[in-house]
Design a protein. Sequence first.
Lengths: 441, 102
Amino acid sequence: MSAPASVSCDVLVVGAGPAGLAAAGAAAGAGCRVVVLDDNPGPGGQLWRGAVSSHERVAAPWLAALEHPAVRLIAGARVFARTAPGTALAETADGAFAVHHARAVLCPGARELFVPFPGWTLPGVSGAGGLSALVKSGTAVAGQRVVVAGSGPLLFAVARELKRHGARVLLIAEQAPRARVMRFAASLFAWPAKLADAAAHRAALLGTPYRLGTWPVEARGGDSSLAVRLTNGRREWDVACDRLACAFGLVANTEPARLFGCAIGGGVVAVDARQETTAPGVFAAGEAAGLAGLDAALAEGVIAGLAAAEGHAHGADGATETGLPAPVLRDRTRARAFGRAMAQAFALRDDLRALARPDTVVCRCEDVAHAALAGQPGWRAARLRTRCGMGPCQGRVCGAATEFLFGWGVDSVRPPVVPVRLDSLSAAGEIPPAGVEGPTR
Amino acid sequence: MSGRVTLTVDGRAIGVAAGASVAAAIAAAGIAVFRHSVTGAGRGPLCGMGICHECRVTIDGEPHRLACQTACAEGMRVETAASGAPAVASRGPGPAPRRDSR
């Protein structure tokens, strides 16, 4: 397998998760040649990673988009720069290549928010979605004792996945207070499919304690076992386990959109009614454009794919829904309402901002402790003075963490937006930073 | 997906299902510490999806590969922190590290 030096298409789709697959299928169905790039080894995104059996029935019709003769998937490819409108650069294990495109649909999904607490850097402590992704890629958890903590319905989905793979889920700790979760549960009658999901989760997890208003305050231990200290605000207790999986919510992956010159609003890529961003001909769909879950991602993907295929000039009637299928527009509206209800119900409590101690590492790449950051005026100053966010993850973990802890905003990205090999950079030629970020001094 | 793949992790032969990630093979070898941080702390996978770079290992002699995003291949050589690789990653250009311990 060798990566091509350059490929051309009508529509470039970044991300082969639910939104990207929906966009690719819609654009190809409308007669476009489509190239789909994804940095994972295979399609499906984090949810459908490896088209695992539990999701196969739902995923199959969307994965079928990749069978369309006009759709080409290049997996294991990370977009790292955009040299000009219509030219994106990506790297695979085989080298760098350019994708020339008329329009682009960005569906890079979301990552987990990691809240720093004492012991969160220990091996065995991971994201809950992270552990789920590892398990879907073959990591064995059979017989292991796992505590799942954090917030939201993802806790159930992950616990179920772990149990299916033979793990002993000792406890699910939900940080949201009981009253809020109960109100949310009652509101599920507005989304019957979600109610059915919730019921199925509960049934599959009978016998697994679900503690509301409970969160982790510390993890201790060595290489092979952990002690997790939990609290419900009144008392603290320890649970011995092999793994602690934490889900504190999601952060939109906005880096590709920033690279393409799109405006960001409220932490997500700003889009109009046709999913077009502020950059002409560049569309966005899915978690990166709104953190509203699977159903929203699929509807937005279809809309973005159709709109990109149509190729309306930006600004003409670009902000109207004319010509888009009404059922998909309705699906999007309903799904986004669900996303908002979920965000409200599972908003993080302030107690979580007080977990880190002065010596708790916040930037894991550069081992920058909380004490070194607490006095800094903002993200940029912290970067320059402490190296926070200067490591290989380029602030993807500590940027969101410091936003949560200190209210800082990560205001810019610069290419290459992921670490690449020097020969990829030289193959790409000089990458102009113009239009990506302002002066840095 | 069927069949098995054999690779070495820190010199030890490990068999995994075809399609499994390098991270899965390292876990199967009983290794929790994938790399050492810049101050020498043991680290393992955090995000599982190619974001955090905590799972970087050396694969077939190439350092800083992401174990969670790389599929195992027959005969692959994987080296983790335990193999005696340098604990401190080489640094790129930039301001010198300053660690205030106020």
